[in-house]
Design a protein around this ligand. Structure first.
Ligand SMILES: [Ca+2]
Ligand SMILES: [Ca+2]
Length: 286
């Protein structure tokens, strides 16, 4: 068979099988499992945050790219391996996901935030200032053993101490100063480190740890804030930084405080920096 005839035969075969009528994955952000498995009342969002071709509503990791079908989930808990905080323990679920298409339930405590088409941004605030965007829905509550995942797509720095990150605060977050009591995790853009800052109001304790972290935007920052003393999950709190651009991940754990965080709120913040946040995901345990 000549090369031309072979190609014609192959094209004909595709038409017979209807293969040329199947749109590319990225043009059809619908998981095939949704066709007969979508629970009553569940409506696809029509939005695909991580651009992996799977609608946010049914994506096992809505903010972490994984277009493998079906998406790997080794422990079968419904949270994909690409984002599962405890990939070997079937205890996790996605408690909250926000693609930040609008401000939605978030409200500003400080700074000037703007809502873009698919993100929220905060402008440069000047010397030693902080901008806080706090989640109203979680007011007064904290998901069990939450892991807060935040994606940052851009950041502008002008001074020597620039931070972009997220926090879990143990009580009401007032506009600074002072810093709220809680756990702050951030990419220290000026010195290229992943930083962990924990402040306990009762004991008037604070501790900051930095580890080298040469992040390339976009960057994923996670705050792991266990709400129970649970040896299975490791230490009480930790921070993680991940930058797909250079495949570098850093983890920082503060062993100095054994107390769990038993109540609180979730927030985004910057310090001496302008930044754009593209999504927030809260993982929790059953
Ligand atoms: Ca997706
Ligand atoms: Ca899992």
């Amino acid at each position: 068979m000549s090369r031309l005839v072979w190609l014609l035969a192959l094209a004909s075969c595709d038409r017979l099988l209807g293969l040329d009528s199947i749109p590319p994955l990225h043009d059809a952000p619908i998981d095939v499992r949704a066709l007969d498995a979508l629970p009553d009342g569940l409506v696809l969002s029509g939005h695909d945050e991580d651009n992996d071709g799977i609608d946010d509503t049914i994506d096992l990791c809505p903010s972490d790219f994984d277009q493998t079908m079906p998406q790997p989930d080794a422990d079968g808990d419904g949270v994909g391996d690409a984002c599962d905080p405890h990939p070997d323990l079937p205890i996790d679920y996605i408690a909250y996901f926000d693609p930040l298409i609008s401000f939605g339930p978030w409200h500003q405590l400080a700074g000037t935030w703007t809502s873009g088409s698919d993100d929220v941004s905060v402008g440069f605030q000047g010397n030693s200032s902080m901008a806080l965007l706090e989640h109203g829905v979680t007011d007064g509550e904290l998901f069990k053993n939450p892991t807060i995942e935040v994606w940052v797509s851009s950041a502008i720095t002008q001074l020597a101490t620039e931070d972009v990150g997220a926090f879990v605060a143990t009580d009401t977050v007032d506009p600074p100063p002072p810093l709220a009591s809680g756990v702050f995790c951030y990419d220290d853009l000026a010195v290229g480190s992943l930083a962990y800052y924990e402040r306990r109001a009762v004991a008037n304790q604070s501790k900051e740890i930095d580890t080298p972290f040469a992040a390339t935007l976009p960057v994923r920052i996670r705050v792991v804030a266990n709400s129970e003393t649970n040896d299975v999950l490791g230490g009480p709190v930790a921070c993680e930084g991940y930058s797909p651009g250079n495949s570098h991940m850093a983890t920082e754990t503060n062993p100095g405080y054994a107390q769990p965080i038993t109540s609180g709120k979730v927030g985004l913040y910057t310090f001496d920096a302008a930044a754009t946040f593209t999504s927030v995901t809260v993982f929790a345990t059953h």
